[in-house]
Design a protein around this ligand. Structure first.
Ligand SMILES: Cc1cc2nc3c(=O)[nH]c(=O)nc-3n(C[C@H](O)[C@H](O)[C@H](O)COP(=O)(O)OP(=O)(O)OC[C@H]3O[C@@H](n4cnc5c(N)ncnc54)[C@H](O)[C@@H]3O)c2cc1C
Ligand SMILES: NC(=O)c1ccc[n+]([C@@H]2O[C@H](COP(=O)([O-])OP(=O)(O)OC[C@H]3O[C@@H](n4cnc5c(N)ncnc54)[C@H](O)[C@@H]3O)[C@@H](O)[C@H]2O)c1
Length: 445
């Protein structure tokens, strides 16, 4: 049978684009995108979030220097900050589409749905591919409660023309914590409603408790062990939030930040016999579905590794390598660092603290408050804290947790040491710039 393309990729986000660019030299490829070219990360995820974060963090740093020669307290101008964000995001879809075009990769705008295991329908058009890669990402999970139409999402937050006076977030994961921090730093009254007492469940509790205190000190009000049971929209911009815990609270906006669901509903996967589960498409260790011509990657699949942009990229490049014959073994994930941009950042890589605490004969844990160290004193980041986990037998770093300003830089250094299996001596037998975050590397283990 002749196919229109060797490979069709559904989804033009970081995962789908990695497949397309990886295959482009050796195959005919079509990418189909139903919404904005570039996907979640550059349009309404990582990139716009970190632009807003950069502005609010600059203000926070300025306040820390108030007694040290910078007496003026800057104010956030929300509209100007949003215009700054738009100066980047507005160009992403056209820039991404132009990049595909200049690379000679075929593109189609529209929502794809499977007709059979080699055929997709997009509007009134049908296209066939020898292989099809599902890279459709995920969207916010909206809690199914009465009045749920009043929920806004992270996408709405990152496009707010004005910051509402009082805002709430349901959930206490990455999205809630990062956006609540931006909102409180920009001057809103902020409430977080969490059904249990655990923030950021993938990070060690000792660290999330430290971060919770810092966020509460900024004014974020945590309603823990609290289920939001109903929303009542009152007038244009007021929402009465009813919980199972205390009296209703009236806010101007409430955001669903209760996890993300894979975008599978429109694909007709069960119709063509592809196995799925609530967390995403089921894949084997070669990212193949149970239908041999169909692969799946990124936020759209069920997996134990975190659903992050670099992970979608790793998976996209891996599938491209499989399809070109460059690799054939199962996918291998390196140590994947992750960071919550919460003012300060909380970052982690490698072995979890929980595992190391269970296996103390094998691992040494170095837990260090570093707020008085020169690097953090200079930044007046008195709550900075770093934990490293070292394998006793080899002396090599296997895990780390950092709560500090610019923690993402230090965790990147730690990730490199873990990925390249560098010994403590080798880790410090070169000369980083002094003073810098990296020049502290010799003192953590
Ligand atoms: C607010 C927020 C902040 C984030 N911050 C970070 C961060 O700091 N660092 C980080 O690493 N990760 C972050 N993430 C996660 C990151 O954005 C995702 O992990 C990443 O975008 C996943 O890439 P993907 O290609 O798998 O999916 P996506 O980027 O979601 O791309 C999938 C694409 O498929 C399209 N699509 C879906 N269904 C169809 C269909 N039927 N037909 C055609 N097209 C379809 C969608 O429109 C979308 O463009 C953040 C996410 C959010 C929401
Ligand atoms: N900095 C980053 O790297 C970054 C930033 C944002 C998002 N992300 C990615 O996006 C994903 C989604 O983020 P998220 O914060 O939406 O999800 P999450 O999984 O991090 O957190 C979800 C939160 O919602 C709560 N929750 C779950 N179901 C609920 C329900 N029915 N009602 C009320 N609360 C409920 C959970 O207890 C948790 O606190 C992250 O897991 C991550 O992969 C990454």
């Amino acid at each position: 049978m002749a196919f229109d393309y060797d490979t069709i990729v559904i989804g033009g986000g970081p995962g789908g684009l990695a497949v397309a660019y990886g295959l482009n030299d050796s195959q005919s490829v079509l990418v189909i995108e139903g919404n904005l070219w570039g996907g979640t990360c550059p349009n309404f995820g990582c990139d716009p979030k970190k632009m807003l974060y950069g502005v609010v963090e600059a203000r926070r740093q300025a306040i820390r220097y108030q007694e040290s020669g910078l007496p003026v307290e800057p104010k956030i101008d929300w509209s100007a900050m949003m215009a700054f964000k738009h100066s980047y995001t507005d160009k992403v879809p056209t820039g991404t589409a132009a990049g595909l075009k200049s690379a000679g990769i075929n593109q189609l705008h529209g929502t794809a749905s499977f007709v059979d295991k080699h055929t997709l329908r997009v509007g009134d058009q049908q296209v066939t591919g020898k292989q099809i890669v599902i890279a459709t990402g995920a969207r916010p999970n909206i809690p199914d409660i009465p009045g749920k139409a009043a929920f806004k999402t992270s996408t709405d937050f990152l496009n707010l023309a004005h910051l509402p006076k009082k805002v709430g977030f349901v959930g206490a994961g990455y999205v809630a914590i990062e956006l609540a921090n931006i909102a409180v730093e920009a001057g809103a009254e902020v409430h977080i409603f969490q059904h249990n007492d655990r923030l950021l469940r993938n990070f060690p509790r000792a660290y999330t408790e430290r971060l919770k205190k810092l966020l509460a000190d900024k004014g974020i009000q945590f309603h823990l062990n609290t289920n939001v049971t109903e929303l009542n929209a009152v007038g244009n911009d007021q929402i009465k939030v009813i919980t199972d815990h205390a009296a209703p609270i009236t806010l101007n906006a409430i955001f669903a930040a209760a996890g993300r669901r894979p975008n599978l509903d429109q694909l007709n996967l069960t119709g063509i016999g592809v196995d799925i589960e609530p967390q995403g498409v089921k894949v084997d260790d070669h990212l193949r579905t149970n239908v041999s011509s169909i692969y799946a990657i990124g936020d759209a699949i069920a997996k134990s590794v975190p659903k992050l942009t670099p992970v979608s990229g790793i998976e996209g490049r891996y599938v491209a390598g499989l399809l070109t014959g460059e690799n054939s073994g199962p996918i291998h994930y390196p140590a994947i660092p992750h960071t919550v941009f919460a003012g300060p950042e909380l970052a982690q890589v490698g072995m979890t603290l929980e595992t190391a605490e269970r296996e103390t004969e094998q691992y040494v844990i170095h837990d260090q408050p570093v707020g008085t160290w020169y690097t953090y004193h200079r930044l007046q980041d008195k709550d900075a804290h770093v934990t490293t986990i070292v394998d006793k037998a080899t002396g090599k770093l296997v895990g780390a947790v950092v709560l500090a300003v610019n923690a993402e830089e230090l965790i990147n250094d730690f990730s490199e040491l873990i990925t390249h299996q560098t010994s403590a001596e080798k880790a410090t037998d070169w000369t980083p710039v002094y003073p810098s975050v990296t020049s502290d590397l010799g003192y953590f283990y």
